[in-house]
Design a protein around this ligand. Structure first.
Ligand code: FES
Length: 153
């Protein structure tokens, strides 16, 4: 039994209301929603895959690509926002040439926007593979990210 089948077996096929919890459970287990998983859910609930994709896109909690080797979480909580996290995020997206929720083509980096990660005193803060980086600026973000690139080579 595949992981998706395992999740689907917990929900009655008639319940379209179950779509979001099903997608959440699959994403928790697989880290993202693959095209294959969406098709499988669509067949089970009798909903066109395009519709599921549309619904999932509306909720920005879902991602459609696996995480990169290095996963960068950018905090967009209030303290980080006030101290410039949106500029940090913009610079990061420009530097890696992907948007939040996406993964670089070489699979090295993915970006995720997260709510407060409980380190407001370090704002603006990012977290790469579980390591916190404090008082990040539009300049330092590139060096931080590049240091992970070197580590992986
Ligand atoms: S707001 Fe960013 S760590 Fe709290």
């Amino acid at each position: 039994m595949t992981l998706v089948q395992h999740v689907l077996h917990k929900y009655p096929a008639v319940g379209r209301d179950n779509l979001i919890p099903i997608l959440q459970e699959i994403q928790t287990a697989e880290g993202y929603l693959s095209k294959k998983s969406i098709l499988e859910v669509g067949r089970y609930l009798d909903i066109p895959a395009s519709k599921i994709f549309g619904v999932a896109t509306f909720y920005n909690q879902f991602r459609f690509e696996p995480f990169g080797v290095n996963h960068v979480q950018v905090c967009r909580g209030t303290a980080c926002h006030v101290l410039g996290s949106s500029t940090v995020l913009q610079e990061l997206e420009k530097h890696l040439k992907v948007k939040a929720g996406q993964t670089t083509r070489d699979g090295q980096f993915s970006i995720e926007v997260v709510a407060c990660i409980g380190a407001c005193g370090l704002a603006p803060v990012i977290c790469v593979n579980g390591e916190f980086h404090a008082k990040v600026t539009a300049q330092s973000i590139k060096e931080i990210v590049d240091s992970y690139k070197t580590k992986g080579e």
